[in-house]
Design a protein around this ligand. Structure first.
Ligand code: SF4
Ligand code: SF4
Length: 92
């Protein structure tokens, strides 16, 4: 499952740099999580890093994105591949 940020967010900026998938960004009013990039930290850490650091506990599971651990693992692999492709130097 992807996680989501509720309107209890106080925009403290702490979670964004902790996300290994660059899934967190500033939205129109509060921080938001891109469900296409959130793996619940599967593949990187045992626990969701954003949840660990959030001082107001406003990052629950997103009920619209119910996924198995296998699906999250597959997304992790996909994101890693995309990242590697982006890092490749342009062909001369
Ligand atoms: Fe990023 Fe992990 Fe939080 Fe998902 S659970 S938004 S991957 S830090
Ligand atoms: Fe909002 Fe929590 Fe992230 Fe701070 S850590 S910006 S309160 S979601």
């Amino acid at each position: 499952m992807a996680l989501m940020i509720t309107d209890a967010c106080i925009n403290c900026d702490v979670c964004e740099p902790e996300c290994p998938n660059q899934a967190i960004s500033m939205g129109p009013e509060i921080y938001v999580i891109d469900p296409r990039r959130c793996t619940e930290c599967v593949g990187h850490f045992d626990e969701p890093q954003c949840v660990q650091v959030c001082p107001v506990s406003c990052i629950p599971v997103n009920p619209e994105y119910v996924e198995s651990r296998d699906q999250l693992q597959a997304r992790y692999v996909q994101l890693q591949m995309e990242q590697r492709q982006q890092k490749k130097p342009a062909a001369a």
